[in-house]
Write a protein that binds this ligand. Structure first.
Ligand code: HEC
Length: 109
């Protein structure tokens, strides 16, 4: 496996995903997200919503999802917040973009 990350920013367009995004995405998800969101994205503890539904959060634009994952997010009335970067400060914006792709391709309603 080799990952060649462009040094330029990808703010102006969709991220250029590595061919092995599913492997990378899986590893990132297991490392930082699975404890709350569960293997299937339906939530593994009370307070964590099912994010897989048709018309659910994953249908939002990439940049909105990435901003919410980057900064943390709590919707009105929600019992629990999504921590910034899932509590893993080591994640880059590119990792988050990879995670968005992984979640969209893995979690089906
Ligand atoms: C400590 C538990 C926890 C961890 C770890 C966590 N999340 Fe979350 N996440 C939440 C909760 C709770 C919400 C719902 C927040 C709300 O709606 O108020 C959420 C919401 C989300 C959403 C939906 C945002 C929206 O617009 O509704 C996405 C996407 C998401 N998380 C992705 C991730 C990813 C990717 C990771 C790993 C980097 C991760 N989460 C790690 C608890 C967690």
């Amino acid at each position: 496996m080799s990952f060649v990350y462009p040094t330029t920013t990808h703010a102006a367009g969709p991220p250029h995903l590595a061919a092995d995004v599913s492997t990378t995405g899986r590893a990132l998800f297991e490392g930082s997200c699975i404890m709350c969101h569960g293997d299937d994205g339906k939530g593994s503890m009370p307070g964590v919503p099912d994010i897989t539904g048709a018309g659910g959060p994953l249908t939002q634009p990439d940049r909105m999802l990435i901003r919410r994952m980057l900064n943390g997010f709590q919707s009105p009335g929600s019992p629990m917040a999504m921590p910034p970067k899932g509590g893993n400060p080591g994640l880059t914006e590119r990792d988050l973009a990879t995670l968005v792709d992984y979640m969209r391709s893995t979690f089906k309603p």
